[in-house]
Design a protein around this ligand. Sequence first.
Ligand SMILES: [Fe+2]
Length: 191
Amino acid sequence: MDKKKSAISKMVKEICIKDGKMQWEMHIIPVVKNALELAGKLKADMEVVEISAYLHDIARLKGIPEHHIAGSKMARDILAKLGYNMDFIEKVEYCVLNHGSSLMECKTLESKIVNSADSMAHMETPLWLIWIACVDKKMDFRQSFEWVEKKIENGWKKRFPLPEAREMARPKYEVAKALLDSTKGYLSGRN
Ligand SMILES: [Fe+2]
């Protein structure tokens, strides 16, 4: 890993460790892994995708609302300080700004990849998301379940316009859905 990239990953990891909610292991690393795999398949700019994946939730990790907007500005400042060129900075800034929004707004291949990778990470970690909803958002179990189910269903419906991303996400979605469906059966009294 080059020096600038390792400085970024170290910085994000340290924020996550201080936070104590396993966001590095349970969210940032899965997003980076999925984003890089997809970028390789689609021949996207690997560097833009990887750095954007590390930085996409930088504002959320610090508890800042409207985190995609604040995060894009934070990403710009971090990358400028590290000496990245303006063209690169703008590409990453765009990915961070659009990572959680409707893919209708994602104009670049790299931003579509980071957006889909973020949703794929949710599909891979539904148990952790339930925990986050209970502990962080102070929801009870039923509310947490509904929040996670909605997050995963909306992601599957709205965040995979690229056929390659959809195919890569399908098995992750099906496993998450099976897990949630069996729980839902008992929650609703159906089972
Ligand atoms: Fe995220």
